[in-house]
Ligand binder design. Structure first.
Ligand code: EPZ
Length: 423
Protein backbone atom coordinates (compact mmCIF):
# COMPACT_ATOMS: atom_id res chain seq x y z
CA UNK A 1 0.00 0.00 0.00
CA UNK A 2 1.42 3.37 -1.04
CA UNK A 3 1.99 6.21 1.37
CA UNK A 4 2.37 9.96 0.99
CA UNK A 5 5.18 11.85 2.72
CA UNK A 6 4.60 15.55 3.47
CA UNK A 7 7.18 17.91 4.96
CA UNK A 8 6.13 21.27 6.39
CA UNK A 9 7.53 23.83 4.00
CA UNK A 10 5.97 27.20 4.79
CA UNK A 11 3.62 29.38 2.73
CA UNK A 12 2.14 28.18 -0.58
CA UNK A 13 1.56 30.16 -3.75
CA UNK A 14 0.18 29.46 -7.20
CA UNK A 15 -2.90 27.88 -8.77
CA UNK A 16 -4.71 24.57 -8.26
CA UNK A 17 -7.21 23.34 -10.92
CA UNK A 18 -10.39 21.84 -9.42
CA UNK A 19 -11.81 18.72 -11.09
CA UNK A 20 -15.38 17.61 -11.76
CA UNK A 21 -17.32 16.44 -8.70
CA UNK A 22 -16.96 12.79 -7.67
CA UNK A 23 -20.38 12.88 -5.99
CA UNK A 24 -22.04 14.37 -9.06
CA UNK A 25 -20.36 11.94 -11.45
CA UNK A 26 -21.38 8.93 -9.33
CA UNK A 27 -25.06 9.82 -9.76
CA UNK A 28 -24.80 11.07 -13.36
CA UNK A 29 -23.27 7.80 -14.53
CA UNK A 30 -26.20 5.52 -13.51
CA UNK A 31 -28.52 7.94 -15.37
CA UNK A 32 -27.31 6.26 -18.57
CA UNK A 33 -29.46 3.27 -17.57
CA UNK A 34 -32.57 5.44 -18.10
CA UNK A 35 -32.12 5.72 -21.86
CA UNK A 36 -31.25 3.62 -24.91
CA UNK A 37 -29.46 6.66 -26.33
CA UNK A 38 -25.81 7.57 -25.54
CA UNK A 39 -25.07 9.76 -22.51
CA UNK A 40 -21.69 11.52 -22.54
CA UNK A 41 -20.18 13.22 -19.47
CA UNK A 42 -17.36 15.74 -19.83
CA UNK A 43 -15.16 17.22 -17.06
CA UNK A 44 -15.25 13.81 -15.35
CA UNK A 45 -12.74 13.30 -12.50
CA UNK A 46 -10.10 10.56 -12.78
CA UNK A 47 -10.75 8.57 -9.60
CA UNK A 48 -10.94 4.96 -8.45
CA UNK A 49 -14.63 5.38 -7.51
CA UNK A 50 -15.39 6.36 -11.11
CA UNK A 51 -13.59 3.24 -12.29
CA UNK A 52 -15.67 1.16 -9.84
CA UNK A 53 -18.92 2.66 -11.19
CA UNK A 54 -17.65 2.00 -14.73
CA UNK A 55 -17.12 -1.66 -13.83
CA UNK A 56 -20.57 -1.87 -12.24
CA UNK A 57 -22.36 -0.37 -15.26
CA UNK A 58 -20.34 -2.67 -17.51
CA UNK A 59 -21.50 -5.69 -15.48
CA UNK A 60 -25.10 -4.68 -16.28
CA UNK A 61 -24.42 -4.51 -20.01
CA UNK A 62 -23.78 -0.77 -20.40
CA UNK A 63 -20.81 0.35 -22.47
CA UNK A 64 -18.59 3.02 -20.90
CA UNK A 65 -15.68 4.39 -22.92
CA UNK A 66 -13.23 6.67 -21.12
CA UNK A 67 -11.78 9.21 -23.55
CA UNK A 68 -9.41 12.19 -23.33
CA UNK A 69 -7.36 10.65 -20.52
CA UNK A 70 -10.51 9.83 -18.52
CA UNK A 71 -12.09 13.31 -18.60
CA UNK A 72 -14.83 12.17 -20.97
CA UNK A 73 -17.13 9.21 -20.26
CA UNK A 74 -19.07 8.08 -23.34
CA UNK A 75 -21.80 5.72 -22.11
CA UNK A 76 -24.47 3.67 -23.83
CA UNK A 77 -27.06 1.40 -22.22
CA UNK A 78 -28.73 0.25 -25.41
CA UNK A 79 -28.91 -3.25 -24.00
CA UNK A 80 -29.14 -4.00 -20.28
CA UNK A 81 -28.42 -7.73 -20.29
CA UNK A 82 -27.92 -8.28 -16.57
CA UNK A 83 -30.19 -6.90 -13.86
CA UNK A 84 -28.12 -7.87 -10.82
CA UNK A 85 -25.56 -5.58 -9.14
CA UNK A 86 -23.25 -7.97 -7.32
CA UNK A 87 -22.09 -7.61 -3.71
CA UNK A 88 -18.42 -7.82 -4.69
CA UNK A 89 -18.70 -4.49 -6.53
CA UNK A 90 -21.38 -2.82 -4.38
CA UNK A 91 -19.49 -3.44 -1.11
CA UNK A 92 -16.55 -1.44 -2.49
CA UNK A 93 -18.64 1.65 -3.08
CA UNK A 94 -21.98 2.58 -1.50
CA UNK A 95 -22.94 4.79 -4.41
CA UNK A 96 -23.56 1.54 -6.33
CA UNK A 97 -27.07 1.60 -4.83
CA UNK A 98 -27.77 4.43 -7.30
CA UNK A 99 -28.24 1.91 -10.14
CA UNK A 100 -31.39 0.61 -8.42
CA UNK A 101 -33.79 3.45 -9.26
CA UNK A 102 -32.79 3.88 -12.91
CA UNK A 103 -32.68 0.14 -13.63
CA UNK A 104 -36.10 -0.40 -12.01
CA UNK A 105 -37.59 2.56 -13.90
CA UNK A 106 -36.27 1.45 -17.29
CA UNK A 107 -36.58 -2.36 -17.00
CA UNK A 108 -39.31 -2.92 -14.39
CA UNK A 109 -37.05 -5.11 -12.26
CA UNK A 110 -33.64 -5.03 -10.58
CA UNK A 111 -31.60 -6.95 -8.03
CA UNK A 112 -29.03 -4.90 -6.14
CA UNK A 113 -26.84 -5.95 -3.23
CA UNK A 114 -27.32 -4.01 -0.01
CA UNK A 115 -24.15 -1.92 0.25
CA UNK A 116 -23.31 -2.66 3.87
CA UNK A 117 -21.72 -0.11 6.13
CA UNK A 118 -18.42 1.68 5.88
CA UNK A 119 -15.87 3.29 8.19
CA UNK A 120 -17.96 6.39 8.89
CA UNK A 121 -21.22 4.66 9.70
CA UNK A 122 -23.87 1.97 9.18
CA UNK A 123 -25.27 3.93 6.24
CA UNK A 124 -28.58 2.12 5.70
CA UNK A 125 -30.59 2.58 2.50
CA UNK A 126 -34.08 2.39 3.99
CA UNK A 127 -35.03 5.81 2.60
CA UNK A 128 -34.05 4.74 -0.93
CA UNK A 129 -36.29 1.67 -0.62
CA UNK A 130 -39.25 3.51 0.91
CA UNK A 131 -39.10 6.13 -1.83
CA UNK A 132 -39.30 3.47 -4.56
CA UNK A 133 -42.17 1.73 -2.73
CA UNK A 134 -44.02 5.07 -2.80
CA UNK A 135 -43.77 4.81 -6.58
CA UNK A 136 -45.32 1.36 -6.69
CA UNK A 137 -42.18 -0.79 -6.47
CA UNK A 138 -42.40 -4.16 -4.71
CA UNK A 139 -39.24 -4.94 -2.76
CA UNK A 140 -38.05 -8.14 -1.16
CA UNK A 141 -34.83 -8.45 0.87
CA UNK A 142 -33.19 -11.84 0.36
CA UNK A 143 -29.60 -13.05 0.93
CA UNK A 144 -28.36 -9.48 1.32
CA UNK A 145 -29.93 -8.35 -1.96
CA UNK A 146 -32.87 -6.07 -2.72
CA UNK A 147 -35.16 -7.75 -5.28
CA UNK A 148 -37.22 -4.93 -6.80
CA UNK A 149 -40.05 -5.20 -9.31
CA UNK A 150 -43.03 -3.26 -10.63
CA UNK A 151 -46.13 -5.47 -10.90
CA UNK A 152 -47.64 -3.25 -13.57
CA UNK A 153 -44.33 -3.20 -15.47
CA UNK A 154 -43.87 0.53 -14.79
CA UNK A 155 -43.41 2.73 -11.71
CA UNK A 156 -46.30 5.05 -10.93
CA UNK A 157 -45.95 8.65 -9.76
CA UNK A 158 -46.47 9.22 -6.04
CA UNK A 159 -45.59 11.46 -3.12
CA UNK A 160 -42.33 10.70 -1.30
CA UNK A 161 -41.81 12.25 2.15
CA UNK A 162 -38.16 12.14 3.31
CA UNK A 163 -37.84 12.34 7.14
CA UNK A 164 -34.50 14.03 6.50
CA UNK A 165 -32.65 15.18 3.41
CA UNK A 166 -30.81 12.06 2.24
CA UNK A 167 -28.64 12.88 -0.81
CA UNK A 168 -28.56 9.38 -2.27
CA UNK A 169 -32.22 8.62 -1.63
CA UNK A 170 -33.18 11.90 -3.33
CA UNK A 171 -31.01 10.99 -6.33
CA UNK A 172 -32.40 7.45 -6.62
CA UNK A 173 -35.99 8.68 -6.39
CA UNK A 174 -35.39 11.57 -8.81
CA UNK A 175 -33.96 9.28 -11.47
CA UNK A 176 -36.70 6.65 -11.01
CA UNK A 177 -39.48 9.26 -11.19
CA UNK A 178 -38.40 10.52 -14.64
CA UNK A 179 -39.89 7.40 -16.29
CA UNK A 180 -42.75 6.74 -13.84
CA UNK A 181 -46.35 7.03 -15.07
CA UNK A 182 -47.73 10.32 -13.74
CA UNK A 183 -46.43 12.92 -11.32
CA UNK A 184 -44.01 12.35 -8.43
CA UNK A 185 -43.43 14.88 -5.65
CA UNK A 186 -40.30 14.54 -3.47
CA UNK A 187 -40.86 16.36 -0.15
CA UNK A 188 -37.96 17.02 2.21
CA UNK A 189 -35.56 16.41 -0.69
CA UNK A 190 -31.82 17.09 -0.38
CA UNK A 191 -30.67 20.35 -2.01
CA UNK A 192 -26.98 19.64 -2.77
CA UNK A 193 -25.46 21.13 -5.97
CA UNK A 194 -24.84 17.55 -7.17
CA UNK A 195 -28.61 17.00 -7.21
CA UNK A 196 -29.15 20.21 -9.19
CA UNK A 197 -26.46 19.01 -11.63
CA UNK A 198 -28.24 15.64 -12.00
CA UNK A 199 -31.58 17.39 -12.65
CA UNK A 200 -29.93 19.59 -15.28
CA UNK A 201 -28.60 16.52 -17.05
CA UNK A 202 -31.93 14.67 -16.84
CA UNK A 203 -33.74 17.69 -18.32
CA UNK A 204 -31.29 17.63 -21.25
CA UNK A 205 -32.36 13.98 -21.69
CA UNK A 206 -36.01 15.08 -21.86
CA UNK A 207 -37.09 14.70 -18.24
CA UNK A 208 -39.63 17.12 -16.78
CA UNK A 209 -38.31 18.28 -13.39
CA UNK A 210 -39.02 21.38 -11.30
CA UNK A 211 -37.84 22.46 -7.85
CA UNK A 212 -34.38 20.83 -7.82
CA UNK A 213 -32.23 22.69 -5.29
CA UNK A 214 -35.26 23.21 -3.06
CA UNK A 215 -36.81 20.77 -0.59
CA UNK A 216 -39.72 19.95 -2.95
CA UNK A 217 -38.99 18.46 -6.35
CA UNK A 218 -41.82 17.69 -8.82
CA UNK A 219 -41.30 15.27 -11.70
CA UNK A 220 -43.73 14.60 -14.58
CA UNK A 221 -42.91 11.10 -15.83
CA UNK A 222 -42.26 10.60 -19.57
CA UNK A 223 -42.32 7.43 -21.68
CA UNK A 224 -38.67 7.54 -22.71
CA UNK A 225 -35.54 9.67 -22.38
CA UNK A 226 -33.03 10.67 -25.05
CA UNK A 227 -29.27 10.87 -24.89
CA UNK A 228 -27.31 13.99 -23.93
CA UNK A 229 -23.88 15.45 -23.34
CA UNK A 230 -23.33 17.06 -19.94
CA UNK A 231 -20.35 18.62 -18.07
CA UNK A 232 -19.89 17.40 -14.50
CA UNK A 233 -20.18 20.27 -12.03
CA UNK A 234 -17.04 21.46 -10.15
CA UNK A 235 -16.17 19.38 -7.08
CA UNK A 236 -17.03 21.63 -4.12
CA UNK A 237 -15.42 19.23 -1.63
CA UNK A 238 -12.11 19.14 -3.49
CA UNK A 239 -12.44 22.94 -3.76
CA UNK A 240 -12.99 23.37 -0.01
CA UNK A 241 -10.17 20.95 0.77
CA UNK A 242 -7.59 22.94 -1.20
CA UNK A 243 -8.92 26.28 0.10
CA UNK A 244 -7.73 25.08 3.50
CA UNK A 245 -4.12 24.61 2.30
CA UNK A 246 -3.14 28.33 2.31
CA UNK A 247 -5.33 28.81 5.38
CA UNK A 248 -3.34 26.23 7.33
CA UNK A 249 0.21 27.08 6.20
CA UNK A 250 0.04 30.62 4.83
CA UNK A 251 0.56 32.09 1.39
CA UNK A 252 -1.98 32.72 -1.36
CA UNK A 253 -3.52 30.14 -3.70
CA UNK A 254 -6.03 30.51 -6.54
CA UNK A 255 -8.44 27.57 -7.00
CA UNK A 256 -9.30 27.42 -10.72
CA UNK A 257 -13.00 26.83 -11.40
CA UNK A 258 -13.93 27.61 -7.79
CA UNK A 259 -17.29 29.27 -7.09
CA UNK A 260 -18.44 30.65 -3.73
CA UNK A 261 -22.08 29.67 -4.29
CA UNK A 262 -21.09 25.98 -4.10
CA UNK A 263 -19.75 26.46 -0.55
CA UNK A 264 -21.36 29.53 0.99
CA UNK A 265 -21.62 28.21 4.58
CA UNK A 266 -18.03 26.92 4.43
CA UNK A 267 -16.78 30.26 3.05
CA UNK A 268 -18.61 32.12 5.84
CA UNK A 269 -16.87 29.93 8.45
CA UNK A 270 -13.45 30.48 6.89
CA UNK A 271 -14.12 34.24 6.83
CA UNK A 272 -14.99 34.08 10.54
CA UNK A 273 -11.73 32.21 11.17
CA UNK A 274 -9.72 34.95 9.44
CA UNK A 275 -9.38 33.67 5.89
CA UNK A 276 -9.86 36.05 2.95
CA UNK A 277 -11.68 34.59 -0.08
CA UNK A 278 -12.04 36.56 -3.31
CA UNK A 279 -13.91 35.47 -6.44
CA UNK A 280 -11.65 36.07 -9.44
CA UNK A 281 -12.22 35.60 -13.19
CA UNK A 282 -10.67 32.14 -12.94
CA UNK A 283 -11.89 30.94 -9.55
CA UNK A 284 -11.33 31.66 -5.84
CA UNK A 285 -8.23 33.35 -4.43
CA UNK A 286 -7.58 32.39 -0.78
CA UNK A 287 -5.17 33.67 1.86
CA UNK A 288 -5.29 34.12 5.63
CA UNK A 289 -5.48 37.66 6.95
CA UNK A 290 -3.02 37.17 9.82
CA UNK A 291 -0.38 34.70 10.96
CA UNK A 292 -2.88 32.64 12.89
CA UNK A 293 -6.42 31.39 12.45
CA UNK A 294 -9.16 32.24 14.95
CA UNK A 295 -11.02 29.35 16.63
CA UNK A 296 -14.58 28.86 15.31
CA UNK A 297 -17.44 26.46 16.06
CA UNK A 298 -18.73 24.22 13.26
CA UNK A 299 -21.91 22.15 12.92
CA UNK A 300 -22.29 19.94 9.86
CA UNK A 301 -25.70 20.06 8.13
CA UNK A 302 -27.29 19.10 4.81
CA UNK A 303 -26.79 21.70 2.06
CA UNK A 304 -26.78 24.70 2.26
CA UNK A 305 -25.21 24.12 5.70
CA UNK A 306 -21.57 23.29 6.44
CA UNK A 307 -20.74 20.07 4.49
CA UNK A 308 -19.94 16.95 6.51
CA UNK A 309 -17.39 16.08 3.80
CA UNK A 310 -15.30 19.08 4.88
CA UNK A 311 -15.48 18.47 8.64
CA UNK A 312 -12.26 16.45 8.87
CA UNK A 313 -10.33 18.97 6.80
CA UNK A 314 -11.66 21.88 8.88
CA UNK A 315 -10.61 20.08 12.05
CA UNK A 316 -7.02 19.98 10.75
CA UNK A 317 -7.11 23.77 10.33
CA UNK A 318 -8.58 24.35 13.79
CA UNK A 319 -5.84 22.24 15.45
CA UNK A 320 -3.52 25.26 15.11
CA UNK A 321 -6.12 28.02 15.64
CA UNK A 322 -5.96 30.53 18.51
CA UNK A 323 -8.47 29.23 21.02
CA UNK A 324 -10.97 26.42 21.44
CA UNK A 325 -13.25 25.22 18.60
CA UNK A 326 -16.25 22.87 18.91
CA UNK A 327 -17.17 20.69 15.93
CA UNK A 328 -20.60 18.98 15.85
CA UNK A 329 -20.93 16.11 13.35
CA UNK A 330 -24.69 15.64 12.81
CA UNK A 331 -24.75 13.60 9.58
CA UNK A 332 -22.67 10.48 10.29
CA UNK A 333 -22.28 8.60 13.55
CA UNK A 334 -18.57 7.82 13.33
CA UNK A 335 -16.78 10.55 11.44
CA UNK A 336 -14.02 11.60 13.86
CA UNK A 337 -11.49 8.84 13.07
CA UNK A 338 -9.00 11.47 11.92
CA UNK A 339 -8.92 12.90 15.49
CA UNK A 340 -6.63 10.25 17.07
CA UNK A 341 -4.30 10.52 14.07
CA UNK A 342 -4.16 14.33 14.40
CA UNK A 343 -3.41 13.85 18.09
CA UNK A 344 -0.35 11.80 17.11
CA UNK A 345 0.83 15.05 15.51
CA UNK A 346 0.40 16.96 18.76
CA UNK A 347 -3.19 18.18 18.37
CA UNK A 348 -5.42 18.52 21.45
CA UNK A 349 -8.83 17.07 20.64
CA UNK A 350 -11.51 15.78 23.00
CA UNK A 351 -14.19 13.62 21.34
CA UNK A 352 -17.53 12.82 22.98
CA UNK A 353 -20.11 11.23 20.71
CA UNK A 354 -20.82 13.61 17.84
CA UNK A 355 -18.87 16.49 19.39
CA UNK A 356 -15.14 17.19 19.06
CA UNK A 357 -13.53 19.99 21.09
CA UNK A 358 -10.26 21.20 19.57
CA UNK A 359 -7.86 23.32 21.62
CA UNK A 360 -5.44 25.01 19.24
CA UNK A 361 -1.70 24.43 19.64
CA UNK A 362 1.13 26.60 18.26
CA UNK A 363 2.47 23.98 15.88
CA UNK A 364 1.87 20.36 14.94
CA UNK A 365 4.74 17.87 14.72
CA UNK A 366 5.16 15.54 11.76
CA UNK A 367 4.52 11.84 12.51
CA UNK A 368 3.57 8.53 10.83
CA UNK A 369 -0.28 8.49 10.62
CA UNK A 370 -2.91 6.25 9.02
CA UNK A 371 -5.73 7.23 6.65
CA UNK A 372 -9.01 5.68 7.81
CA UNK A 373 -11.45 7.04 5.20
CA UNK A 374 -11.47 9.34 2.21
CA UNK A 375 -11.84 12.73 3.86
CA UNK A 376 -9.79 11.82 6.94
CA UNK A 377 -6.86 10.97 4.66
CA UNK A 378 -6.71 14.43 3.13
CA UNK A 379 -7.18 16.04 6.55
CA UNK A 380 -3.88 14.41 7.60
CA UNK A 381 -2.14 15.73 4.49
CA UNK A 382 -3.34 19.27 5.29
CA UNK A 383 -2.01 18.91 8.84
CA UNK A 384 1.30 17.65 7.43
CA UNK A 385 1.62 20.76 5.25
CA UNK A 386 1.70 22.92 8.40
CA UNK A 387 3.56 20.55 10.74
CA UNK A 388 7.23 20.77 11.68
CA UNK A 389 9.09 17.88 10.12
CA UNK A 390 7.88 14.89 8.13
CA UNK A 391 4.44 13.26 8.13
CA UNK A 392 3.90 9.89 6.47
CA UNK A 393 0.26 9.11 5.64
CA UNK A 394 -0.28 5.39 5.02
CA UNK A 395 -3.22 3.60 3.28
CA UNK A 396 -3.59 6.34 0.67
CA UNK A 397 -5.87 4.10 -1.39
CA UNK A 398 -8.60 5.92 0.55
CA UNK A 399 -7.35 9.17 -0.98
CA UNK A 400 -7.39 7.81 -4.54
CA UNK A 401 -11.15 7.35 -4.28
CA UNK A 402 -11.85 11.07 -4.21
CA UNK A 403 -8.79 13.18 -5.09
CA UNK A 404 -7.00 13.10 -8.43
CA UNK A 405 -3.28 14.02 -8.62
CA UNK A 406 -3.01 15.29 -5.02
CA UNK A 407 0.80 15.26 -5.04
CA UNK A 408 1.02 17.09 -8.37
CA UNK A 409 -1.59 19.70 -7.35
CA UNK A 410 0.08 20.49 -4.01
CA UNK A 411 3.64 20.35 -5.41
CA UNK A 412 2.45 22.89 -7.96
CA UNK A 413 1.93 25.48 -5.21
CA UNK A 414 5.21 24.78 -3.40
CA UNK A 415 4.39 21.95 -1.00
CA UNK A 416 7.07 19.39 -0.20
CA UNK A 417 5.12 16.17 -0.86
CA UNK A 418 5.82 12.85 -2.55
CA UNK A 419 4.09 9.50 -3.04
CA UNK A 420 6.11 6.48 -1.94
CA UNK A 421 5.25 3.27 -3.75
CA UNK A 422 4.64 0.22 -1.54
CA UNK A 423 7.72 -2.09 -1.44
C1 EPZ B 1 -23.67 11.32 -0.03
O1 EPZ B 1 -23.74 10.09 0.65
C2 EPZ B 1 -22.21 11.51 -0.39
N1 EPZ B 1 -21.76 10.42 -1.26
C3 EPZ B 1 -21.36 11.52 0.89
O2 EPZ B 1 -20.01 11.79 0.51
C4 EPZ B 1 -21.85 12.67 1.77
O3 EPZ B 1 -21.13 12.66 2.97
C5 EPZ B 1 -23.35 12.50 2.06
O4 EPZ B 1 -24.08 12.41 0.80
C6 EPZ B 1 -23.92 13.66 2.86
O5 EPZ B 1 -23.71 14.86 2.19
C7 EPZ B 1 -22.08 10.46 -2.57
O6 EPZ B 1 -22.74 11.36 -3.04
C8 EPZ B 1 -21.58 9.31 -3.41
P1 EPZ B 1 -27.07 10.58 2.82
P2 EPZ B 1 -25.19 9.43 1.00
O7 EPZ B 1 -28.02 9.60 2.25
O8 EPZ B 1 -26.12 9.68 -0.12
C9 EPZ B 1 -28.39 8.25 6.71
C10 EPZ B 1 -17.69 11.46 0.46
O9 EPZ B 1 -16.82 11.61 1.33
N2 EPZ B 1 -29.26 7.51 5.79
O10 EPZ B 1 -27.35 12.03 2.70
O11 EPZ B 1 -24.96 8.04 1.44
C11 EPZ B 1 -26.92 7.94 6.51
O12 EPZ B 1 -26.55 6.80 7.24
C12 EPZ B 1 -19.01 10.79 0.79
O13 EPZ B 1 -17.58 11.87 -0.73
C13 EPZ B 1 -30.24 6.66 6.32
O14 EPZ B 1 -30.37 6.53 7.52
O15 EPZ B 1 -25.60 10.33 2.24
C14 EPZ B 1 -26.25 9.20 7.01
O16 EPZ B 1 -26.15 9.12 8.42
C15 EPZ B 1 -19.04 10.29 2.23
N3 EPZ B 1 -31.05 5.97 5.47
C16 EPZ B 1 -27.24 10.30 6.64
O17 EPZ B 1 -28.48 9.65 6.41
C17 EPZ B 1 -30.93 6.10 4.10
O18 EPZ B 1 -31.70 5.46 3.36
C18 EPZ B 1 -26.89 11.08 5.38
O19 EPZ B 1 -26.82 10.16 4.35
C19 EPZ B 1 -29.94 6.97 3.59
C20 EPZ B 1 -29.12 7.66 4.46
Amino acid sequence: MDSIVVTGNGPLSGQIPIAGAKNACLTLMPATLLSEEPLTLTNAPRLSDIRTMTDLLGSLGAEVSTLHNGKVLAMSSHHINNHMAHYDIVRKMRASILVLGPMLAREGHAVVSLPGGCAIGARPVDLHLRALESMGAELELKDGYVHASTPSGRLTGGTVEFPFASVGATENALMAATLAKGTTVLKGAAREPEIVDLARCLRKMGARIEGDGTETITIEGVDRLNGATHPVVTDRIELGTYMLAPAICGGEVELLGGRKDLLSAFCDKLDEAGVEIDQTEQGLRVKRRADHIRAVNVTTEPFPGFPTDLQAQMMALLCTADGVSVLEETIFENRFMHAPELMRMGATIDVHGGTATVTGVRTLKGAPVMATDLRASVSLILAGLAAEGETTVSRVYHLDRGYEHVVRKLEGVGARIERVKAQ
